[in-house]
Design a protein around this ligand. Structure first.
Ligand SMILES: [Zn+2]
Length: 298
């Protein structure tokens, strides 16, 4: 059952709250200066199955996971995006498309349909790279998260309390210094909007209708790593089925620094908003490549 008016009320309430994280979670407080202290306020941050982790191609299990299937990723949203600097990241809530529903995804490790809810980024600084996941020993310059919620749960809180509640698609970016970089229009709009988002709590609406697909560029969506993990910000709920794409997208050396000029709540530079690596423990990481699928078809 769905109560749009109720949802709208909560959207407004969250907007009015002085603190809000990147997934609509009222925040007590957390800072990237002391992520080891998060567990003092948010016990799950000290628990099991935490993210991010280092992914190495030599330690993954190459199995025939099904491909990811994308729905409504190619439909324009029914409104302009509202891109927001919340002091921890730059993000936007995913609206419905012109056909009235949100984009969704299934396949991979996902047994259900997951609806896109939020898109945000993690980055470093002029001195350090800032992706959250490491791929084959390398940290990259930027990481984009498209957060999806299992459609069988009716609230973010319910989803966070279930191990199959959320699915995050992660895309890594590497800075390129040669020639112009051509993005799909969506990425272009998001990177361009950063110039308007320097101040904490500022919001900007890129003046064109975009699609979620236009954030993925020509990314090879058939090649990804997948594992069971958590939110990488408090409350660190172990509720996320992660899908990290193996292909790394380019970002221009002119665009990456636009992230570094954002400011946090204290008016200081919003830098290095990535959580330290967590232990893989006994968890399995799966690698899905189209080649593996072909072997299965023989
Ligand atoms: Zn994130």
């Amino acid at each position: 059952m769905h109560f749009p008016a109720f949802d709208d009320f909560y959207q407004r309430l969250l907007f009015l709250l002085p603190f809000a994280t990147n997934f609509g979670i009222p925040e007590r407080s957390f800072t990237y200066n002391a992520p080891h202290e998060w567990k003092d306020t948010f016990p799950q941050c000290g628990g099991a199955e935490q993210s991010p982790i280092a992914i190495s191609r030599h330690k993954v299990i190459p199995i025939g996971l099904p491909p990811l299937h994308f729905f409504r990723y190619d439909e324009p949203f029914d409104q302009l995006l509202s891109v927001h600097n919340n002091g921890h990241t730059v993000h936007f809530s995913v609206p419905t498309t012109v056909f009235g529903e949100r984009p969704s995804v299934t396949g991979g490790l996902l047994q259900d349909f997951y609806e896109a809810r939020d898109v945000h980024f993690h980055w470093g600084s002029q001195q350090s790279k800032g992706s959250e996941h490491l791929l084959n020993g390398r940290r990259y310059d930027l990481e984009m998260h498209i957060v999806h919620r299992n459609t069988k749960y009716i609230s973010d809180e319910e989803a966070r309390n279930n191990t199959d509640g959320l699915a995050v698609l992660a895309v890594l970016f590497k800075v390129v210094r040669t020639g112009p970089t051509f993005y799909q229009p969506g990425l272009n709009e998001i990177f361009g909007s950063l110039l308007h988002l320097g101040d904490f709590n500022s919001t900007y609406a890129p003046p064109v209708l975009i699609t979620l697909e236009s954030l993925l560029s020509n990314l090879d969506r058939g090649n990804f790593y997948s594992y069971k993990g958590s939110l990488t910000t408090p409350p660190c709920s172990p509720a996320v089925l992660w899908h990290v794409f193996a292909e790394v997208l380019p970002i221009s050396y002119q665009d990456l620094p636009k992230f570094w000029q954002l400011r946090n709540r204290q008016g200081r530079p919003l830098l290095n908003n990535f959580r330290p690596l967590q232990s893989q423990e006994t968890r399995q990481i799966f690698h899905r490549r189209p080649a593996d699928q072909q072997l299965l078809w023989l």
